[in-house]
Design a protein around this ligand. Structure first.
Ligand SMILES: *[C@@H]1O[C@H](CO)[C@@H](O)[C@H](O)[C@H]1NC(C)=O
Ligand SMILES: *[C@@H]1O[C@H](CO)[C@@H](O)[C@H](O)[C@H]1NC(C)=O
Ligand SMILES: *[C@@H]1O[C@H](CO)[C@@H](O)[C@H](O)[C@H]1NC(C)=O
Length: 264
């Protein structure tokens, strides 16, 4: 189930025949490192599925950390410029993290958080880097950019952590944005020791590495049913500091209801 083999497996849920066809014809397709601006067919409104691993392999350097459910590492995904832009906005804004829909402070989660909300970005031209990244993530997950929450940037100091949890929020089933289906997590620095993202049900720990990103799903494709296989935790930082960022992706438009005050 857990594999670090970058060239095996396929992600799209489909028939066995589709699985076999894709894995034989595309197994050896080399990573071209091109065209993160290329488009693929987006999902129809209200439908969603896993990212297309074969498309990803052609455009990105990915490592399939788990195939079912997919946990996909993007190697060297974030440029230095983009990292600088995120930290430029986040560093003056860090405050104690909260969790859940009420955004409560607890010992469950001890990091600091900075949300990249419109008032934080202001008219600063460096926000173009964040917008570009959002467009790119939208193409990868094949869901509209409006379905994304604002970047949530995290700072974990020594001994800080976030215990095992799902990114899925039950109450959001009733909200216009719907549930969070996917998490695209960015690693913004190299951590001296500790700070891995551990998926206990998958026997998998992702080591933070500057510029890498990881994509996973919190629900089963085309459903609003929680997939607890991707429960995960941020392991305590043992040495040094950890910077990361969450990009949570919903089944429906998040930004419009948020702007109208209908969603936390
Ligand atoms: C989602 O549902 C639609 C409509 O029933 C179907 O065409 C599509 O194949 C499904 N996608 C996945 C990933 O299951
Ligand atoms: C893909 O990323 C890995 C890990 O950083 C690296 O070792 C490898 O050289 C990269 N492959 C390509 C084709 O860039
Ligand atoms: C978990 O993964 C480790 C190494 O990645 C492996 O040695 C161990 O056997 C695995 N455990 C299970 C229960 O699969």
């Amino acid at each position: 189930m857990v594999s670090t083999n970058a060239v095996s497996g396929v992600l799209m849920v489909g028939t066995l025949a589709a699985f076999l066809a894709a894995s034989t014809t595309l197994r050896d397709t080399p990573f071209s490192g091109t065209a993160s601006t290329q488009h693929q067919q987006p999902f129809k409104p209200g439908e969603w599925g896993y990212a297309d691993a074969d498309w990803l392999r052609q455009h990105y350097n990915i490592t399939m950390l788990s195939e079912d459910p997919p946990v996909i590492q993007f190697n060297n995904f974030i440029s230095q410029e983009r990292i600088d832009a995120i930290l430029h906005f986040a560093k003056p804004k860090f405050a104690r993290s909260t969790s859940g829909i009420e955004r409560e402070v607890s010992n469950y989660r001890t990091s600091s958080t900075a949300w990249m909300l419109p008032d934080v970005l202001g008219n600063d031209p460096m926000q173009a880097h964040l917008k570009d990244m959002e467009e790119e993530i939208a193409r990868i997950v094949r869901l509209p950019v409006e379905n994304q929450e604002h970047f949530q940037v995290l700072q974990y100091q020594k001994n800080q952590y976030y215990k095992v949890h799902s990114d899925y929020i039950e109450e959001q089933r009733q909200q216009p944005c719907g549930i969070r289906v996917a998490t695209f997590f960015l690693y913004l620095n190299d951590v001296e020791e500790g700070g891995g993202t551990r998926f206990p049900n998958l026997n998998l720990t992702v080591q933070p590495a500057k510029g890498n990103a990881v994509l996973w799903y919190s629900a089963y494709p085309n459903t609003t049913r929680m997939d607890s296989r991707t429960d995960h935790e941020a392991m305590p930082v043992a040495k040094g500091m950890k910077y990361g960022a969450n990009k949570w992706i919903h089944i429906h438009d998040f930004v419009t209801p948020w702007a109208n005050g209908k969603t936390v």
